[in-house]
Design a protein. Structure first.
Length: 300
């Protein structure tokens, strides 16, 4: 059986085809047309081209930067705004003449890493994507846990736990709330915090880490604050979900120094003072989301 996964992003639409063992056998990426009907046509054309190339008919899963509302059946919360309010899964199913499964891209990331990635074979896996923003997804036995409201895993828009006086009411999130986890643990938040503490105007976490590796004390302190905030945020999640593994993705996942620091700090914040939850770097990088879309159709 061949599984097709589609990643519908704001600038590109990517398709991969996986064989029954999860081996990639086809991949193509095209620009995203920022019009709904053209987006449908582009996805259909990609699937049909892949099927023609491989001479197969396969299952189709799609990851989107939003969710399908379980109440209306329409897309909501997508930053690719032209798909909001549309019955994307139903329209693609009609055009491709088969069921098409659609899920949030962070949930697809979690499914990918739980199926054949860093957390392969583990039961409950929380996937965290930390880049410009911050997203989360839940895989339970390799399947998406979307939740009754379709927002399972949206941990980044809870308040930062155990705030100190300097943190309280110090950031404002695009969602309209103050002190969201996203404003502290995103790559954007990492840079903002460093610049505020130093008066500098760096533009990326890479620049901060270059200074860290040169022994700069302000960069060391910024990373310590970042890891402590991330550990608090994840400990709050562990106290509720207690997953077997947390897998980190996005640009901040490439900072290797984060993993041992956060793993140690979790013991400080998790109830009971001990935490053996595995805190792992992703296996498939930026390909994990599109692979997870393909794995929305679980192994036979």
């Amino acid at each position: 059986m061949v599984r097709f996964g589609v990643d519908l992003g704001g600038t590109k639409i990517e398709l991969v085809a996986l064989d029954h063992n999860g081996k990639e056998v086809f991949r193509k990426r095209v620009p995203t047309p920022k019009v709904y009907q053209a987006t449908l046509t582009t996805i259909v054309n990609l699937v049909q081209e892949a099927e023609s190339h491989l001479n197969v008919i396969g299952s189709v899963g799609v990851g989107i930067p939003g969710v399908i509302s379980p109440f209306t059946g329409l897309v909501k919360n997508a930053n690719s705004t032209w798909i909001n309010g549309q019955p994307l899964d139903k329209d693609l199913s009609r055009l491709l003449e088969r069921e098409v499964r659609v899920a949030n891209d962070a949930n697809c990331f979690a499914v990918s890493e739980a199926t054949d990635g860093a957390a392969a074979g583990m039961g409950l896996v929380f996937g965290v994507i930390i880049g410009t923003g911050c997203g989360g997804g839940i895989a339970n036995n390799g399947k998406v846990h979307g939740g009754g409201n379709g927002i399972g895993g949206e941990w980044g828009h809870n308040p930062l736990p155990w705030m100190n006086k300097s943190e309280f009411q110090s950031t404002q999130c695009f969602c309209g709330s103050h002190d969201c986890i996203e404003t502290y643990v995103s790559g954007t938040g990492f840079v903002r915090d460093f610049n505020q503490s130093t008066g500098l105007e760096l533009t990326s976490g890479v620049e901060i880490m270059d200074l860290f590796r040169q022994g700069a004390e302000p960069a060391k302190q910024a990373l310590e604050r970042y890891c402590d905030r991330l550990a608090r945020s994840l400990a709050h999640l562990i106290n509720i979900l207690d997953p077997e593994a947390i897998v980190l993705g996005g640009g901040m996942s490439n900072i290797d120094e984060i993993y041992p620091q956060v793993q140690q700090l979790l013991n400080k914040y998790v109830l009971g003072g001990e935490c053996k939850t595995k805190f792992l770097k992703n296996q498939f990088g930026c390909s994990s989301g599109v692979r997870g879309a393909a794995w929305l159709w679980a192994k036979d």
